[in-house]
Design a protein. Structure first.
Length: 297
């Protein structure tokens, strides 16, 4: 694998690290099976791309994309909490609706951003560093800031109430926690992170596409599972770190598999690679348990 491919895998892995944090918040912390991310990821890309093409500042366009993702997540939670629609079904309904909404926003199946200013092009220095290296370094900074902000929030009183809502909602309600509000806020934050990833992905790859959200939830879950298999801990700092590491490793494995000529894999085999990686990550804890059992005997 070339150096360019490695930097590219790091950049995309860090972008999907934001998606992994989103999945961690919804699936692990809130215990809410949220499939909205398959729609909020391209929603962030669509909003950012349309606004950038309309000569908006790319930072402001990215912020609007984040707000759009937060609204999508809040809508899913509202359907579940207020209308009593089953959590999984509520997220599926919003995900399906977002496909049409994204097409409405974009006005076409895809929007190119190759000649438009982006967060990456605006911040990049004119000399001294390659484009692909700078994008990866900027993504490291963004992901670190988001991770630290999420860690700090989840350590606050509101964050602890959200974690209690996911762990034991009945006990949380008994302690005076408004669990419905916590779910709405949690899913809003989760999908805002996913939309941020979509907005940055569109700006990194030079355009937004209506199909770019397909399989986002699978990638996010793969990152969470891979990360937890490698770095297993109940401490919040290591939990968030693990999913980011898992997302980066996932992209490295994919890039390595696609660039290994002797394996013969192609771009259309991406879903196959994902399935194999997730299966392997799920088997690792079982293998560890068996080895410990044998060692104890």
């Amino acid at each position: 694998m070339s150096l360019y491919s490695m930097w590219g895998a790091l950049e995309i892995g860090l972008i999907f690290g934001l998606v992994a944090l989103s999945v961690l918040l919804s699936f692990r912390i809130l215990r809410f099976p949220d499939l909205t991310v398959d729609g909020s990821f391209p929603l962030g890309a669509a909003v950012a791309a349309v606004l950038i093409q309309a000569d908006w500042d790319p930072f402001l366009a990215t912020l609007m994309a984040v707000l759009a993702g937060a609204l999508a997540g809040a809508l899913t939670a509202w359907l579940n909490i207020r209308l009593k629609i089953m959590d999984l079904l509520a997220s599926i309904l919003v995900m399906i609706a977002l496909y049409s909404i994204n097409l409405r926003i974009m006005g076409a199946p895809n929007i190119p951003l190759i000649m438009e200013p982006t967060v990456f092009s605006v911040l990049q220095p004119e000399q001294g560093i390659s484009d692909y290296v700078f994008r990866s370094l900027l993504m490291i900074l963004i992901v670190v800031i988001v991770k630290c902000a999420l860690d700090a929030y989840l350590a606050t009183r509101s964050g602890l109430a959200m974690r209690a809502t996911g762990s034991n909602p009945r006990m949380a309600r008994a302690q005076g926690v408004a669990t419905g509000g916590m779910v709405i806020l949690g899913l809003a934050i989760a999908n805002a992170l996913c939309a941020l990833g979509g907005a940055l992905f569109a700006q990194s790859q030079g355009g937004a596409d209506i199909s770019m959200g397909i399989g986002t939830i699978v990638i996010g879950l793969a990152a969470v599972i891979v990360g937890e298999s490698i770095l297993s801990s109940r401490k919040l700092f290591f939990m968030t770190l693990a999913v980011i590491v898992g997302a980066v490793l996932y992209r490295f494995f994919v890039a390595l598999a696609l660039n290994a000529d002797f394996i013969g894999l192609k771009a259309q085999d991406l879903n196959l690679i994902t399935a194999v990686l997730v299966t392997f990550a799920l088997v690792i804890p079982l293998l560890r348990k068996r080895l410990r059992t044998r060692g104890g005997n």
